[in-house]
Ligand binder design. Structure first.
Ligand code: AHR
Length: 504
């Protein structure tokens, strides 16, 4: 059996967890909005046309924040199209995904949905085809109380109280040639700086996210961040990162090692932010918003919407190993909780989503729903500075990959160990928690399957579900557990009755 060790000290921590690290993302893309969160006429639809079955699943996860309305969509979006009397709203050609946008759902409807879901909204502005003016007007529409053109317009639309949106994204993936209104780093940096100044002049309390590179391998990675921050370091609070992983080669060992790259991407962006700050002799630190991350490769990403409204595109059906990869991505984000303050699983419903629906039919949890829900529910509080040692393996693209990927969080005295066994054999984990006195295991949740390609479908929505069959137990100040081959594990430890460790 392979072995791995974790040691935690209660006085040493990486950082506090910002709840927005468990954010998600809903874009006007495919069936995310229409047929996803919104479907008047559906048997579960509420008085506003929102699907209650989907809302229940979103609440089950405990999604604290949702980025909206894009994504590539936002770069050619006129926010004014989505407010005011619904019958007067235009149907527009949606250029990024070649669909038709009916504008039945816009800012106020989405804010209402997010309120019902218990999530705050991270709003993106269009810095592709539009600019400073549209951005500052949207802030005025959303956040100003009354007595000005746009705040009174909102009130005339039936929304008396301002939305008070705290976090705003200055465009989306502006480094990508696929983006409507794509810009050079200097052009974008200048625009982000001026948009930020105008938006803050309307509401000084907002926080702003500048676009970083749209992935780690794009040629301009690094030079983009430095040039953008040269222009807008003083104006912004966060820089964005995006990444999506694939496993076309069906090489599980390599796929599950991809988070080594995610870890490197985060460290690289921290280094770039700090270098930009050093050049400016700035005391301010720019934090990270990993506002798009997921597995994405099962659907054909080149398939566009064929100028239909709500076309079924980017509907990846996730399997067990995707859930393991998502768990590892969550662990990676948490290990950088001192600098990664926002992260958004892209996306939430139907489009590369944690939740799937049939239009006119049921809603169910994809495999990736579970690690996301576990982290969001049990990974609050702070991240401890755990020392982890593990046996390692080499694979196609990576060397020295630890079999164990893990992080330990603590909230109100309760410890949670999130642990992934990347290996095809059992892994014996010892977690030294000496400093925690008479602690014991509350539960050891697992997610694994003999068929790593198993997934949940409308016909079989509970084919893959977590179990409470882990054997973790505390003995002499150490938590011992045998982690099943290719398994996601959540071990919750707190003060309480001592459960004996049994090897089998
Ligand atoms: O999440 C799907 C798409 O991926 C987003 O629209 C875009 O920002 C990214 O390329």
């Amino acid at each position: 059996m392979k072995t791995a060790k974790i040691k935690v000290e209660r006085n040493f921590q990486i950082g506090r967890i910002d709840r927005r690290i468990y954010g998600s993302f809903i874009e006007h893309l495919g069936r995310a909005v229409y047929g996803g969160i919104y479907e008047p006429g559906h048997e579960t639809a509420d008085e506003d046309g929102f699907r209650r079955d989907v809302l229940e699943l979103v609440k089950e996860i405990g999604v604290p924040a949702v980025r909206y309305p894009g994504g590539n969509f936002v770069s050619a979006y006129n926010w004014e199209d989505g407010v005011g009397p619904a019958a007067e709203r235009p149907r527009r050609l949606e250029l990024a995904w070649q669909s038709v946008e009916p504008n039945e759902v816009g800012t106020n409807e989405f804010m209402k949905w997010a309120g019902k879901a218990g999530a705050e909204v991270i709003m993106a502005v269009n810095l592709g085809t539009r600019g400073v003016d549209a951005a500052r007007n949207l802030v005025e529409y959303c956040n100003h109380d009354s007595g000005s053109y746009y705040s009174d317009l909102r009130r005339s639309h039936g929304v008396k109280e301002p939305h008070r949106i705290r976090t705003w994204c200055l465009g989306n993936e502006m480094d990508g040639p696929w983006q409507m209104g794509h810009k050079t780093a200097e052009e974008y940096g200048r625009l982000a700086c001026e948009a930020a100044n105008a938006m803050r002049a309307v509401d000084p309390d907002i926080e702003l996210v500048a676009c970083g590179s749209s992935n780690h391998v794009i040629k301009t990675f690094g030079s983009w961040e430095l040039a953008v921050l040269e222009e807008c370091y003083d104006q912004v609070d966060y820089i964005s990162l995006h990444t999506y992983y694939k496993n076309r080669a069906k090489d599980t060992a390599n796929f599950l090692a991809k988070t080594l790259d995610m870890d490197r991407q985060i460290s690289d962006v921290i280094a770039l932010c700090d270098a930009a700050g050093a050049v400016k002799r700035s005391k301010k630190k720019i934090n990270l918003s990993f506002d798009e991350w997921n597995v994405w490769y099962h659907s054909d990403s080149r398939k566009k919407g064929n100028w239909q409204a709500a076309p079924p595109i980017l509907e990846d059906i996730y399997n067990v190993e995707d859930a393991l990869a998502v768990g590892s991505m969550l662990i990676t984000l948490l290990r950088h909780a001192d600098r990664v303050k926002i992260a958004c699983l892209a996306q939430l419903v139907n489009v590369i989503g944690a939740i799937m629906t049939e239009t006119g039919g049921s809603a169910w949890r994809q495999t990736i729903f579970y690690p996301y829900m576990h982290a969001s529910r049990y990974g609050r509080g702070r991240v401890l500075d755990a020392k982890i040692t593990s046996e390692k393996y080499d694979c196609r693209e990576y060397t020295d990959v630890p079999y164990l990927d893990a992080v330990v969080t603590e909230q109100e005295g309760e410890l949670t160990v999130f642990a992934l066994n990347r290996g095809e054999e059992e892994l014996h984990l010892t977690c030294d928690i000496q400093g925690y006195g008479t602690y014991s295991v509350k539960e050891h949740i697992t997610l694994y399957d003999t068929d790593r390609y198993a997934s949940n479908t409308a016909a079989c929505p509970n084919r893959v579900v977590p179990r409470r069959d882990g054997n973790a137990a505390v003995e002499d100040g150490c938590c011992h557990a045998v982690l099943k081959p290719l398994s996601w594990n959540v071990i919750r430890i707190s003060a309480g009755t001592v459960k004996k460790y049994e090897t089998r």
